[in-house]
Design a protein around this ligand. Structure first.
Ligand SMILES: N[C@@H](CCC(=O)N[C@@H](CS)C(=O)NCC(=O)O)C(=O)O
Length: 205
């Protein structure tokens, strides 16, 4: 596990919050965006490195990213972390419609992760296998729905849903995971937010 300090941090003040995760991970990046302007330490975890994963497992039995520690409090899931931060920093809670959009983004992210691990395990990704059939059907269906929501302005406001969308689209582009070009309204929604400082400073490179 290596330690990298987020460039947006105020280095000399007391840092009670530590966030663990990778730079490209869409679940981790949304938390970094929610933490905009706050003091925290960012520890980069490489879950594909056996030694780093074993080290991380001592802290987090789920072995998933992100994880956050604030004092004695450990938090293991991005949604739980988001809720914790809303409470801690008195942020406006997302609406149920926003949360539905985030669930849609999560569904596509999780399906792409299954396919990604399938490829790394050298399985043939085909609709003949139920596990891949389910993901291959879900991805375009959810993307079509999300695109329609984008057309109706669902991601125009900068909040939990647009943060999740931007993190997802930039991760797909960075890892070259899926062709998103047919989903023009979704990409236009991402474009609305591309000049934000926190989007630029957390962009996977
Ligand atoms: N529901 C979790 C999902 C987190 C997740 O799947 N993270 C991925 C990285 S993007 C991960 O840790 N994968 C490692 C694994 O599944 O072993 C959350 O919202 O935090």
């Amino acid at each position: 596990m290596s330690i990298a300090i987020d460039t947006t941090l105020k280095r000399h003040s007391f840092m009670a919050i530590t966030l663990y995760g990778s730079i490209p991970s869409p679940y981790v990046r949304r938390i970094r965006m929610l933490l905009e302007g706050q003091d925290y330490q960012f520890e980069v975890v490489d879950l594909y490195n056996d030694e780093a994963r074993a080290e991380y497992a001592k802290l987090n039995p789920l072995k998933k990213m992100p994880m956050m520690i604030n004092g004695e409090q450990k938090l293991y899931d991005s949604h739980v972390i988001a809720q914790y931060l809303q409470h801690k920093f008195n942020l406006a809670p997302p609406s149920f419609d926003e949360l539905n959009l985030v669930s849609g983004v999560d569904a596509v992210v999780d399906s792409l992760i299954v396919i990604f691990y399938g490829k790394r395990s050298e399985f043939e990704i085909s609709k003949d296998k139920l596990i891949f059939q389910l993901q291959l059907e879900r991805i375009p269906d959810v993307l079509t729905w999300l695109n329609e929501q984008a057309k109706q302005g669902g991601f125009n406001h900068w909040g939990y849903a647009s943060i999740a969308l931007v993190s997802f689209v930039n991760w797909v582009e960075f890892r070259n995971l899926y062709d998103l070009t047919p989903y023009k309204d979704l990409l236009a929604a991402v474009d609305l937010h591309r000049e934000r400082a926190i989007v630029k400073s957390t962009m996977p490179t």
